[in-house]
Ligand binder design. Sequence first.
Ligand code: BMA
Length: 300
Amino acid sequence: MGITKYSKNPIITKENVQFKVNSIFNPGAVKYKDKYILLCRVEMPIGRSSLVIAESKDGFNFKVASKPILTPEDHKEHYEYVKWGIEDPRITQIGNVFYIAYTGYSKYQPLIILAKTENFKDFKIHGPISEPSNKDCAIFPEKINGYYWRVDRPSAENRRDIWISQSPDLIHWGGYKALQEPEQGSWEQDKIGSSSTPVKTKDGWLMLYHGVRSFGTGSVYKLGVVLLDLEKPWILKGKSKEHILSPDKDYERVGDVNNVIFSNGWIVEENGDIKIYYSGADMNICLAETNIEYLLSLCK
Ligand code: BMA
């Protein structure tokens, strides 16, 4: 099958938002009650981000809600850690609960915030589950060996690897291990980070990631895919030899940040089809379609 960018991309732009924003991008994605839900980052005119829900019956045509569902100001006791915005949510369903890990941005630099919801109306904010600097957190959808697991990416200068850790309760984390480092002399050589919640397959945990290469004129963000061991998720079993999505359309090339394809959400259908929701140039929301078998074949 391969991987195909949807012909009517982008599927959401700021023209689809009823309130004033600079951009709408980097959504977390999940299916809830037969609807496709995107929890999208909206950068408000001041330059700080909030999260808004977009809903669809078919996964292609979305309606954006009339106001943000989560704002920095909602984080009352944790406000100082999100004052400059909340960004890039990754959603994981465990039982009936949807856990959302996202970046809180402030003078302290980025860190990971955890919230949860059961209905995408009421959210309980737990607050930070890391120190700064850390981002790109994705929580696994089930316990492995009795523990919850997550990946993240320490992000201070010269920190460029994906790490994995475990927790008894999703709040207290430990057992840190380096999981994946950027391959030098390649498209991902300067840093990498998770781009999706890991999905269980017969061969292992499949996860999208982004890789960055910097040039004199700026950085180029592309996506790849990795396969992690089912029982020992800290073991990288395979990865795509090449990127699987790269910015080559105008709407991915030109925007607030040029030459960016960034994702933090995909939806895997019961038949193995996959919808990858991604953003071009930090401006819009796009769709690419593929399936599990194809992505697994790239990791072998
Ligand atoms: C990353 C994050 C993303 C953004 C990307 C490209 O570090 O900040 O939110 O989409 O850079 O600018």
